[in-house]
Design a binder for this molecule. Structure first.
Ligand code: SF4
Length: 385
C-alpha cells in the first residue's frame, strides 16, 4: 500500500481545469485550429496520450515547448494514484485508485478464463468503475452500502484503462512508453456505480476508448452492464456503436428482484425486458443476463423456468455467478453442486448458460469491497498520522 490522503483529513484539491483526456478529437481539433497549430501536432499529442500513456507534458518531446505550454495552460493531465493493489492466486488483480478529490474507486483486471470462454487466449478484461459509490442500493452489493458520492468524469473513466496499462508496461520492462500493444483488450463496465446513470460521461469515455485515435478497443469488446435502467437502455439502442449489453438481472421474477434490487420497483421486469428486446433487435447482438446465485434468495430450481423464458425472449445467454461474500451482509453462496444443477436445468431448457468460476474470490473482488475496507481503515486512523 502506498501513501493515502486520509478521508476527510488530507483531502487533495479537485482539479480546476478540464483534463485533456476528457476531450474528443474534434474538440481538440477546434482548439488547435484557433491556436494556428498544424493538424499533425494533434496526431502527435494523441499518440502521447493514448499510445505512450504520457503522464506529463514534459514527456512529449517532439511537440514544441510553446504548444506544450499552451496545452498545460488550458488542460490538466492528472494521473490516477494507485492507493492499493491486490492480486489473487489466479492472477486476477484489483486496483484501488485515489482520485484528485480524495475519493476512491476500483478496477479489476481479469485474465481470460478458459472455463468461461472455452479456450485459452490473451484476453485481458478490465472491469471499470463509473461512479464513486452507487445510489441503486442492490442489497447484495458492497458498492451501494454507503450510497452515491458522485459521477466519474470522462478522464477518470478513461484514466483507469491508461493507468492499468502503464503499470503493465512498467512491469514488462520498466518502460512508460510501451508502443502500440494494449495490455487491456476487453472492457466491462461492471465496477463501482451504475454506468447508465452517468450516461453522458460514459458515452464520451467509450468513444475515446473505442476511437482509432484513442485506445482503439473495438465496440464489440466493450460491455456495458446495467442493473436495469430501461429508458437509458432504449437510448443506448439508438447510439451508432455496437457496444455489448449485459443486464444485472439476479432475479427472474418481480418478487425476487424487488427483494434484492430496489431499481426493479421503478423499472419492473416487463419494462426492462421490453427495453432489452429493443436493444437486441436494433443491434442484432446477443445480450448477457448476469445472475448472481444467492442461497435461499434466487437459487431455487423453480427460478430456472422464468429465467429461461426471459433468456429465450431476449436471445440472451445467462452468466451464473456464485455470490461472493461481502462483510457485513447476510447473503450466502450456494453449494457448488447446487450451482451446477441450476446451470444444467437452464441448459435443459435450451438456454446457453455459463457458470462463472468467479476469479478473485480471495481478494474482495465483489465490487466496492476494497474501497469500503480502505475507507474504514482510514477512518480508524488517529487524526495526527
Ligand atoms: S450491483 Fe451495481 S447498480 Fe447495484 S448497488 Fe452495486 S454497483 Fe450499484
Amino acid at each position: 500500500m502506498i501513501a493515502l490522503a486520509r478521508k476527510g483529513h488530507l483531502r487533495l484539491p479537485a482539479p480546476v481545469t478540464c483534463d485533456i483526456r476528457s476531450q474528443l478529437r474534434e474538440e481538440l481539433e477546434a482548439r488547435f485550429k484557433d491556436w494556428g497549430a498544424p493538424a499533425y501536432r494533434l496526431t502527435q499529442l494523441l499518440e502521447w496520450l493514448y499510445v505512450h500513456r504520457a503522464t506529463g507534458w514534459d514527456q512529449m518531446t517532439n511537440i514544441p515547448k510553446a504548444l506544450r505550454q499552451q496545452l498545460a495552460g488550458e488542460f490538466s493531465l492528472h494521473e490516477l494514484t494507485l492507493a492499493r493493489q491486490q492480486g489473487a492466486r489466479d492472477t486476477t488483480r484489483k486496483f484501488l485508485w485515489q482520485l484528485a478529490d480524495g475519493a476512491f474507486i476500483e478496477s479489476v483486471l481479469i485474465p481470460a478464463n478458459p472455463a468461461l470462454y472455452s479456450e485459452a487466449s490473451d484476453r485481458q478484461t478490465l472491469c471499470v468503475s463509473t461512479q464513486v459509490g452507487c445510489a441503486y442500493g442492490c442489497r447484495f452489493c458492497a458498492s451501494g452500502l454507503e450510497g452515491w458520492k458522485r459521477n466519474l468524469g470522462v478522464d477518470e473513466i478513461v484514466g483507469q484503462i491508461l493507468a492499468v496499462e502503464r503499470l503493465a508496461a512498467a512491469e514488462a520492462g520498466g518502460s512508460s512508453a510501451p508502443g502500440n500493444s494494449r495490455a487491456v483488450t476487453n472492457l466491462v463496465f461492471m465496477g463501482m456505480g451504475e454506468p447508465l446513470a452517468n450516461y453522458n460521461n460514459l458515452l464520451k469515455a467509450l468513444r475515446i476508448l473505442n476511437a482509432p485515435w484513442g485506445c482503439g478497443i473495438g465496440a464489440r469488446k466493450i460491455t456495458i452492464s446495467t442493473s436495469g435502467l430501461a429508458p437509458q437502455i432504449r437510448r443506448l439502442a439508438e447510439e451508432p456503436e455496437q457496444f455489448q449489453l449485459a443486464i444485472s438481472l439476479h432475479g427472474a421474477t418481480d418478487e425476487v428482484r424487488n427483494r434484492i434490487m430496489p431499481v426493479n420497483r421503478k423499472y419492473p421486469l416487463n419494462e426492462l425486458a421490453a427495453a432489452a428486446e429493443q436493444y437486441q433487435k436494433r443491434k442484432g447482438r446477443m445480450i448477457t443476463l448476469e445472475y448472481i446465485l444467492i442461497e435461499g434468495v434466487n437459487d431455487h430450481l423453480d427460478q430456472t423456468a422464468p429465467l429461461a423464458k426471459l433468456a429465450q425472449r431476449l436471445h440472451a445467454k445467462v452468466n451464473l455467478i456464485p455470490y461472493n461474500k461481502v462483510e457485513g451482509l447476510e447473503w450466502r453462496r450456494p453449494a457448488e453442486e447446487h450451482c451446477i444443477a441450476f446451470a444444467e436445468r437452464l441448459r435443459q431448457n435450451g438456454v446457453t448458460a455459463t457458470l462463472r468460476l468467479e476469479k478473485g474470490h480471495d481478494i474482495d473482488a465483489a465490487c466496492g469491497q476494497l474501497r469500503l475496507k480502505t475507507e474504514k481503515e482510514l477512518a480508524a486512523q488517529p487524526a495526527s498520522t
